[in-house]
Design a protein around this ligand. Structure first.
Ligand SMILES: NC(=O)c1ccc[n+]([C@@H]2O[C@H](COP(=O)([O-])OP(=O)(O)OC[C@H]3O[C@@H](n4cnc5c(N)ncnc54)[C@H](OP(=O)(O)O)[C@@H]3O)[C@@H](O)[C@H]2O)c1
Length: 168
């Protein structure tokens, strides 16, 4: 069984995958955005070369990593039925750390961070029904709702704030 990871081509995800591959024996199901298998491998190498030399990377890729070329914003990540079933059948843990950090685009934040997360939860539920789930981990993001209006407490209010002011 494998750990499904989103965001492996990103900053945090590359550390996560490198740590999991070197520190544990589990295999990885990685969701990678790419048009071709070759592009997916190149994109992974670009992010993971920080952590491995190429022979090590190639060995992990051939023995412990399965790449699913898909996008969070598409239903079932845009995978074919066969691929999606293979993903459900082989996944028993999920770590969702992909996100769109472009807070200027509310549409992108909504589609990737909210709808994309719902797709990952759907996968988790299907994997739970199929195999039982060991773990679901979600890396949250401040970019979940797009633009936020900056707020600043009035100069003196910080000193008068009390825990009792919190709504219960
Ligand atoms: N970096 C930090 O210090 C830090 C600290 C606290 C929390 N976080 C949180 O950790 C998460 C990841 O941050 P990061 O710094 O690693 O961001 P990042 O470098 O921008 O990586 C984002 C990852 O998400 C993937 N992604 C974006 N849209 C996608 C989509 N539609 N379908 C599939 N994958 C998609 C990206 O894939 P592509 O390569 O294809 O774009 C990339 O792998 C965010 O939620 C962030 O808020 C980060």
């Amino acid at each position: 069984m494998a750990i499904f990871v989103t965001g492996s081509t990103g900053y945090l995800g590359s550390y996560l995958v490198a740590g999991l591959v070197t520190g544990y024996r589990d295999t990885m199901n990685l969701l990678v955005r790419a048009k071709t298998e070759q592009e997916a491998r190149e994109r992974l190498w670009t992010s993971l070369q920080l952590h491995f030399d190429f022979p090590q990377f190639a060995e992990y890729l051939n023995t412990r990593v399965r790449v699913f070329r898909g996008d969070l914003t598409s239903e079932r990540f845009g995978l074919s039925d066969d691929e999606y079933h293979a993903l459900v059948d082989t996944t028993d843990s999920l770590i969702h750390c992909a996100a769109s950090l472009n807070r200027k685009s509310e549409k992108q934040c909504l589609n990737v961070n909210l709808r994309g997360t719902l797709e990952v939860i759907q996968l988790a539920r299907r994997a739970q029904n199929r195999n039982g789930l060991r773990r679901y981990s979600h890396v949250s993001t401040v970019a979940v709702a797009g633009i936020t209006i900056p707020t600043r407490a009035p100069k003196n209010s910080a000193s008068t704030w009390r825990i009792s002011s919190c709504p219960t």
